[in-house]
Design a protein around this ligand. Structure first.
Ligand SMILES: NC(=O)c1ccc[n+]([C@@H]2O[C@H](COP(=O)([O-])OP(=O)(O)OC[C@H]3O[C@@H](n4cnc5c(N)ncnc54)[C@H](OP(=O)(O)O)[C@@H]3O)[C@@H](O)[C@H]2O)c1
Length: 246
């Protein structure tokens, strides 16, 4: 019998959960528990870390999971790496459901950064107005450039003081659209955008807005994750679930 663990936290995971529920699949949805009010899912849902590779391996065995679909964010490298190792250890099948990385197109001015620290270095020394569109993690590293004003877009109100002296916080949950993001950046006089190369349509609005306004984007590349089969659509994942490679 197929029993699926869906590692979520993305729009793709929610799309897949909907299809799994509609087809009556035996599946559990897993959230890390980072947001106060996560999107509710039409599947039985658990919240919180598993306790590393060992904890996840125990969970897979205890719950008789046969297939794991890793639909976490491309920057959730720890979870994805743990999933590879735990599935290997327990002989559970694994695939990732991942959106392709964004590519710079005509009219884009992108500066590529391999890491968060490289993105910090890529910001100018003179005070600028930066749309720091990277969520709430990794803000501390930008404290190395306290001269800038940072516009942060977060899902929840911050529950601790921010490590940056000059900030404006916008509370919003994606997907976003280009017109809205263009207006947001104009309203805040943004001069630079910092983004993680997450891929996907909803989060691309800020890139279209930056192109429209002629603003540079410091684009942080994806972290490395051990090799695993990658599926790019709900249909591909569903096909893999019904006919996984032996
Ligand atoms: N990183 C981003 O930029 C970003 C952006 C949007 C959404 N998200 C979502 O936010 C969540 C956390 O991301 P992250 O970057 O903090 O991950 P991470 O650094 O790869 O994971 C850190 C730890 O959080 C737990 N965890 C992560 N995802 C989980 C899940 N879906 N279910 C249960 N436990 C999970 C695991 O704890 P244990 O080791 O204890 O199992 C994992 O080792 C993910 O669901 C991700 O899809 C992340």
């Amino acid at each position: 019998m197929t029993r699926i663990l869906l590692l979520g936290g993305t729009t793709e995971a929610s799309q897949l959960a909907k299809t799994l529920a509609e087809t009556g699949a035996d599946a559990v949805f897993s959230y890390a528990g980072r947001t106060a009010n996560p999107v509710s899912q039409p599947l039985p849902t658990r919240v919180g870390g598993f306790g590393g590779v060992e904890g996840l391996s125990e969970y897979l065995k205890a719950e008789s999971i046969t297939h794991v679909v890793d639909a976490t964010h491309p920057f959730a490298a720890q979870m994805s790496t743990n999933a590879v190792h735990a599935c290997e250890a327990t002989d559970v099948k694994l695939c990732a459901f991942e959106r392709p990385a964004w590519q710079a197109g005509e009219g884009d001015t992108w500066v590529h950064a391999g890491t968060i620290d490289e993105a910090v270095s890529a910001l100018p020394d003179a005070p600028a107005r930066v749309f720091l569109a990277i969520g709430k993690q990794n803000l501390t590293q930008f404290a190395a450039k306290p001269q800038h004003h940072y516009l942060l877009r977060l899902v929840d109100e911050p529950d601790a003081p921010l490590p940056l002296p000059h900030t404006t916080v916008e509370i919003a949950r994606g997907p976003f659209d280009a017109a809205g993001d263009t207006a947001l950046m104009q309203r805040h006089g943004i001069t630079h955008v910092v983004a993680k190369n997450a891929g996907g349509a909803g989060a691309a609005a800020k890139l279209i807005a930056a192109r429209t306004l002629g603003l540079p984007v410091i684009m942080i590349g994806r972290p490395d994750v051990p090799a695993r089969p990658i599926k790019g659509s709900v249909a591909e994942v569903m096909a893999w679930l019904s006919h996984p490679p032996a």
